[in-house]
Design a protein around this ligand. Structure first.
Ligand code: COA
Length: 126
């Protein structure tokens, strides 16, 4: 049985550093085009990316998957920015969710320093 619950906290400065040092290589590996577009630009971009990064890790934990088993792009966080964030799965993450018959829900929060997310795998309507 999968854990069903996952949480993660990310330092916004770590994401800012990765964006400034690795730029496109980091962004393209971790975030989908939709996530990058929703994160926007400007001073809040790193906070929003950090929130989405934390949400992906929280989903991995809820599904009981390790980083060796999947790609960052397998978990896409859509919505947010005044709307509830929603989880779309591909690849290994989608396979596990289908096998277990679960949908994933996430909640994200961020401050200037930290972003946090919690994920729940639930049965029933997505
Ligand atoms: C949800 C809400 C309480 C967030 O409160 P907050 O303390 O300011 O912000 P937090 O850092 O804790 O959370 C922000 C994240 O909550 C999520 N969120 C935003 N609106 C949400 C909602 N209606 N329901 C659930 N989650 C929501 C988003 O993922 C957001 O991060 P993002 O902007 O990077 O996508 C606040 O945004 C709210 O009242 N929203 C209601 C809808 C609204 O006001 N819309 C305005 C349109 S711009």
């Amino acid at each position: 049985m999968i854990p069903g619950l996952g949480v993660d906290v990310v330092e916004v400065a770590r994401i800012r550093l990765l964006v400034s040092r690795r730029g496109e290589r980091f962004l393209a590996r971790v975030f989908t085009a939709g996530e990058r577009s929703t994160a926007g630009e400007g001073p809040l971009m790193a906070q929003r990316l950090a929130g989405r990064f934390a949400a992906k890790e929280a989903v991995f934990k809820a599904l009981g998957l390790g980083m060796g088993e999947l790609s960052w792009q397998d978990v896409e966080i859509r919505g947010g920015r005044g709307m509830p964030p929603q989880v779309y799965l591909r690849g290994a993450a989608a396979t596990v969710a289908r096998r277990e018959g679960v949908w994933l829900a996430v909640s994200i929060s961020h401050t200037r320093e930290h972003a946090a997310a919690v994920a729940v795998a639930h049965r029933g309507e997505g």
